[in-house]
Design a binder for this molecule. Structure first.
Ligand code: UD1
Ligand code: CA
Length: 459
C-alpha cells in the first residue's frame, strides 16, 4: 500500500485523565507496544509519506517513542482537537494532497481502512471524509448528522446534542481525511463557542460545506477498529481484540496455538511454520521463532531470536539468541547477550547472561553463567557458577571444546579453561587450566579410620 502525497497527523497531546495514571495515556502498552506506536506503525504500513505526532502533556516522556521516525510538533496548551491540528500548519509537507488525522489512543485501526478513507476522499474530491461507526453505545461520541443527499452536514458532540441528535447511532470515530489545500484555512475559522469552550476539529465539516465542498462519511466495516482507549478497561478490551486478531492470523498461517486466549503475541513478532505455542506465553518486541519450534508453558520472550526445531519451556528470554535444535528450561533465564549455539541445552534453574554456549554444549542444572565463552560439546556440571564480578568489575571466563566441568565448580574470572579438560566436582578454579589437564581445586579428602569407635562415650 502506498499513500504518497498523504500526511498523517497523530493527536497525542491530551493527558488521558481517565487512565488515572502518572504516565501519559499514549505510552500505556498493548501487547508490549505503546498505544502511540501502534498508530504510528499502522500509518507507516499504510504507506503515508509523512507522519506528524502532536505532543503536549508530558511530551518529554512521549517523545522518545516517536522522535526517531516521525516529526514531532508541540501543542503547548490543549485547547481542542482543531487547535491540535492547526499547530501542524508549518510542518505539513508542501506536496501533501490529503491529510489524515488519527487519534494516538486508537490502536486497532488498520492500514486498509486508512487507505480506503484517503481513496474515498480523493475519488470524490471531498473537502473532508469522516470515518464513521455504528457504535453499540454512542454515549460520549460526536454524532453524525447527514443531509438529505447523504452528505455529512455536521458533527455534534455529545455535550452539545439535543434530544433528536442524542438518538443518532452513527458516530464520529475521530479519524478523518482532509483536503490539504483547504484544511488550515478552515481551521482558522473554527471558534470555541460550545459547551466545552474548546476548538473542535469537527467544525471543519460545516466550514467546508459553506465553501461548497463535499463532506462524506465512510462507515467503518468493523467498529472495533475505532475503539479508543480512555480507561484501563478499554486498554484491556483493546488488548483482547488485538490478541485474537494477531493469534488468528498466525493460526491461519500454520502456527498451532493451544489456547489463543492464553498466548500474547506482539504485532512485530515473526513466527515460522509449524510452531506450537503453549499456554501462558508472552512474545514481544522483535522476537522471531523458527520452524517447528515448541514454545511454552509460561514462557516470556522479548527481542529474542529462536531457531528451528527448538524445545523451549518456562523460559524467560530478553535480547537472546537461541540457534536451531536447542533445548531450554523449564525455568531458564536468558538475559541480554545470551547466545545458545546449535543443539545446545540449558536446563532447569539456569541463568545465562552475555555468554556464548557452544554447539552441543550443556548447562543442565542450577547454574549461573555470565560473561563466558563456552566451546563445543562442553558439559557444565550441576550448580556450576562463573564468579564474574569482583565487586567492582566484570571479568570473562573462557572454556575450550569437549571439556567436562564437575558439579558445583566455582570458576573465578578472569580464567581460561582449555579443551579436553576435566575439572573435579566442587573445585574453585582461580588459575588457567591447560588443554587436556585434570584440574582439582578443593581440599584433599581426609579419612580418620576408627574415629566413631574411639569417640564413643565411656559406659
Ligand atoms: C473526539 C471527537 C468526537 C469523536 C471522538 C472519537 C472532537 C471535538 N470530538 O472527542 O466527535 O466521537 O473523538 O474518539 O474532536 N487532543 C490533543 N489536543 C487537544 C485536545 C485533544 O492532542 O487540545 C488529542 C487527545 O489527546 C486525543 C484526541 O485528540 O488523542 C481526541 O481528543 P479527546 O479530547 O479525547 O476527544 P473526544 O472528546 O474523545
Ligand atoms: Ca477520546
Amino acid at each position: 500500500m502506498t499513500l504518497s502525497n498523504t500526511t498523517a497527523i497523530i493527536l497525542a497531546a491530551g493527558s488521558g485523565t481517565r487512565m488515572k495514571s502518572s504516565k501519559p495515556k499514549v505510552i500505556h502498552e498493548v501487547l508490549g507496544k505503546p498505544l502511540i506506536r501502534w498508530v504510528v506503525d499502522t500509518a507507516r504500513q499504510a504507506g503515508v509519506e509523512q507522519i506528524i505526532c502532536v505532543l503536549g502533556h508530558k511530551r518529554n516522556v512521549v517523545e522518545p517513542f516517536v522522535e526517531a521516525d516521525t516529526t514531532v510538533v508541540i501543542q503547548n496548551e490543549q485547547k481542542g482537537t482543531a487547535d491540535a491540528v492547526a499547530v501542524c500548519r508549518g510542518a505539513v509537507s508542501s506536496s501533501a494532497k490529503s491529510v489524515l488525522v488519527l487519534n494516538g489512543d486508537c490502536p486497532l485501526i488498520t492500514p486498509k481502512t486508512l487507505n480506503d478513507l484517503v481513496e474515498a476522499r480523493e475519488a470524490s474530491n471531498a473537502g473532508v471524509a469522516v470515518l464513521t461507526m455504528e457504535a453499540p453505545d454512542p454515549h460520549g461520541y460526536g454524532r453524525i448528522v447527514r443531509d438529505a443527499g447523504g452528505m455529512v452536514e455536521r458533527i455534534v458532540e455529545q455535550k452539545d446534542c439535543d434530544e433528536l441528535q442524542d438518538a443518532i447511532t452513527e458516530c464520529n470515530s475521530g479519524f478523518y481525511c482532509f483536503d490539504a489545500s483547504m484544511l488550515f484555512d478552515a481551521l482558522e475559522q473554527v471558534g470555541s463557542n460550545n459547551s466545552q469552550n474548546e476548538f473542535y476539529l469537527t467544525d471543519v465539516v460545516e466550514i467546508a460545506r459553506a465553501n461548497g465542498r463535499a463532506t462524506i462519511g465512510v462507515k467503518a466495516e468493523d467498529v472495533n477498529e475505532c475503539l479508543g482507549v480512555n480507561t484501563r478497561i478499554q486498554l484491556a478490551e483493546a488488548t483482547k481484540i488485538l490478541q485474537l486478531r494477531i493469534n488468528h492470523a498466525h493460526m491461519l498461517d500454520g502456527v498451532t496455538i493451544i489456547d489463543p486466549h492464553q498466548a500474547w503475541i506482539g504485532p512485530d513478532v515473526v513466527l515460522e511454520n509449524d510452531i506450537e505455542i503453549w499456554p501462558q506465553t508472552f512474545l514481544a518486541g522483535n522476537t522471531h521463532i523458527g520452524e517447528g519450534t515448541v514454545i511454552g508453558y509460561n514462557s516470556r520472550m522479548f527481542d529474542t531470536d529462536v531457531g528451528a526445531q527448538c524445545n523451549i519451556s518456562e523460559t524467560v528470554a530478553i535480547e537472546a539468541v537461541i540457534e536451531d535444535g536447542c533445548t531450554c528450561g523449564p525455568r531458564a533465564y536468558l538475559r541480554p547477550g545470551a547466545h545458545l549455539c546449535k543443539g545446545a541445552k540449558v536446563g532447569t534453574h539456569v541463568e545465562i547472561k552475555k555468554s556464548v554456549v557452544g554447539p552441543g554444549s550443556k548447562v543442565p542444572h542450577l547454574s549461573y553463567i555470565g560473561d563466558a565463552t563456552i566451546g563445543e560439546d562442553v558439559n557444565i556440571g550441576a550448580g556450576t557458577i562463573t564468579c564474574n564480578y569482583d565487586g567492582t568489575n566484570k571479568h570473562a571466563t573462557i572454556i575450550g571444546d569437549k571439556t567436562f566441568i564437575g558439579s558445583d565448580t566455582m570458576l573465578v574470572a578472569p580464567v581460561t579453561v582449555g579443551s579436553d579438560v576435566v575439572v573435579g566436582a566442587g573445585s574453585v578454579i582461580t588459575d588457567d587450566v591447560p588443554d587436556g589437564a585434570l584440574a582439582l581445586g578443593r581440599a584433599q579428602q581426609l579419612n580418620k579410620e576408627g574415629y566413631t569407635q574411639s569417640h564413643k562415650p565411656k559406659e
